[in-house]
Design a protein around this ligand. Structure first.
Ligand SMILES: *[C@@H]1O[C@H](CO)[C@@H](O)[C@H](O)[C@H]1NC(C)=O
Ligand SMILES: *[C@@H]1O[C@H](CO)[C@@H](O)[C@H](O)[C@H]1NC(C)=O
Ligand SMILES: *[C@@H]1O[C@H](CO)[C@@H](O)[C@H](O)[C@H]1NC(C)=O
Ligand SMILES: *[C@@H]1O[C@H](CO)[C@@H](O)[C@H](O)[C@H]1NC(C)=O
Length: 452
């Protein structure tokens, strides 16, 4: 008796083009010598050539502004630099927002937010603030008539802002934008344009503000503090280091709590699986989280302590027949499960030789004992028959996701992890055939049991 999808687990991987952190770090060191975290704010702007060193955000940067774009990718602004997403090097601000980078020297953004209100004409526009002007962009194109004076578009809001963040009505009573300048906070009602000024003396002066997964964060120095968008109250242990939760900083010596960071980080996971003993593993960078029993919860350890040949930065992992298959680049490492994991002799082997597939693997999963590994590569899911020799692709499907980070299959179905969220499907067939995307769930809160 072998139910088709007796789902046990699944696994996956991720990997949006990887940064070359050490490279940038080295360049940083060459040009700026030793500097201390948090002092970047006081540094002169780097000379304006595109071949200049990219600032390394893992060194600890006080951002000028943070906002999502139309697609939900997080943009971080600092001086004339811009980072897209939670990892990767910076680029010039004016390569994405041309007008804001060419009129002013040095180019910079004071504050930014994305208008997210479906019935509003400016839905999904990104508003960038610079001195006394506001620029409205859609798809990186400046809307006609912009830049405008801040006073014209947001009457009652001061110039030379520090930060701005959207706040929809479920979270802020009315659809609002919250602006920050020095220690003052302004709630701007989008419909009525009414402004309420508040003093949240307990909150640090924010240089950037961001709404992520329905929570509001104030960024200051290289740290952040979560606040209630209506009352400004801070609950929990803050500030926290931005590099632990909003960046992928492989070489960052945090000195903090690995378990806390790995469970609560918003950075995508690399790979996830459940083994035949019912233990779940989630991988990110050089750490993995292990769930033994739900009562114990997840705990973080170094990958190199258990799988020393692999060390870090997995692309995909899946469990099959008491073995753990780890994919990294074009290599497959197979470990025998047990009290300890032992690399099977002769491994790693080439992906093509082992599984009959080529190219980058984003994620892979097996459901129960069914001898098929579902390998996700870009928008394709390729099924490989694990009973056949040599192994080869028996089926290929189109996936409803442009980019998957990791995937797993368990008794409750298939989970597809994308960024900081995951989507649940009953079976692999439903994943490839569903026309409606299920509601996303939050990885940190709902999968890894982080409480904030
Ligand atoms: C873009 O910005 C860089 C650095 O701030 C500057 O050197 C360059 O001239 C700008 N490019 C354009 C087209 O304005
Ligand atoms: C916040 O801003 C106010 C007003 O500019 C200033 O007096 C205060 O020192 C700032 N606080 C911090 C911690 O920088
Ligand atoms: C780390 O954080 C976890 C909760 O995420 C907690 O259970 C554990 O006790 C912490 N460890 C240390 C050493 O503080
Ligand atoms: C997998 O390969 C085995 C052995 O060749 C074969 O018996 C089986 O039918 C194949 N399964 C699928 C789904 O192709």
């Amino acid at each position: 008796m072998r139910p088709l999808f007796q789902i046990l687990c699944l696994c996956v991987v991720l990997a949006l083009g990887r940064p070359a952190p050490s490279h940038h770090k080295d360049m940083m060191g060459d040009h700026h010598g030793s500097h201390h975290e948090g002092h970047l704010e006081g540094m002169p702007h780097p000379p304006h050539h595109d071949h200049e060193p990219h600032l390394d955000r893992c060194q600890g940067i006080e951002f000028d502004a943070i906002t999502p774009d139309e697609k939900g990718i997080t943009f971080f602004f600092k001086g004339d630099r811009l980072w897209k997403g939670f990892h990767g090097p910076s680029e010039l601000l004016n390569s994405s927002f041309q007008e804001i980078g060419s009129h002013h020297h040095p180019a910079h953004v004071d504050a930014a937010f994305r208008m997210h209100q479906e019935d509003h004409k400016d839905h999904d526009h990104i508003f960038l603030f610079q001195d006394d002007k506001v620029f409205s962009y859609y798809n990186h194109n400046l809307e006609s008539g912009f830049p405008k004076d801040i006073e014209e578009v947001f009457p009652g809001i001061p110039t030379h802002l520090d930060a701005a963040v959207e706040c929809p009505k479920d979270e802020c009573v009315t659809d609002s934008v919250i602006f920050f300048k020095e220690n003052k906070v302004y709630h701007f009602d989008i419909k009525t344009k009414a402004v309420k000024q508040r003093n949240w003396a307990h909150l640090p002066n924010c240089t950037a503000a961001y709404r992520w997964l329905e929570r509001h964060y104030c960024f200051h120095g290289h740290q952040f503090t979560k606040f209630h968008p209506v009352t400004g109250s801070v609950v929990g242990k803050y500030p926290k280091d931005t590099r632990n939760y909003f960046m992928r900083c492989p070489k960052f010596d945090h000195g903090g709590n690995d378990t806390e960071r790995e469970r609560c980080s918003h950075v995508h996971l690399d790979a996830i699986t459940t083994d035949d003993l019912g233990k779940a593993y989630a991988f990110r960078g050089s750490f993995y989280l292990r769930l033994d029993t739900h009562r114990d919860g997840w705990h973080a350890f170094a990958i190199a302590d258990v799988w020393k040949e692999v060390k870090s930065d997995l692309d995909a992992v899946f469990s099959y027949d008491d073995k753990l298959y780890m994919i990294k680049g074009d290599q497959v490492y197979i470990y025998k499960s047990g009290a300890h994991y032992t690399l099977i002799q002769g491994y790693p082997k080439n992906l093509k030789e082992e599984l009959g597939i080529e190219g980058h693997v984003d994620a892979a999963f097996v459901c129960g004992e069914y001898p098929t590994v579902h390998v996700i590569q870009g928008q394709k899911m390729r099924d490989v028959n694990l009973s056949a020799t040599p192994r080869n692709v028996v089926n290929e499907f189109h996936l409803p996701f442009p980019k998957v980070d990791a995937a797993m299959c368990g008794s409750d179905g298939v989970k597809v992890l994308v960024g900081s969220e995951y989507y649940q499907y009953g079976t692999p067939m439903l994943l490839v055939s569903s026309r409606i995307r299920p509601q996303p769930n939050k990885i940190s809160l709902e999968l890894l049991g982080c409480d904030h």
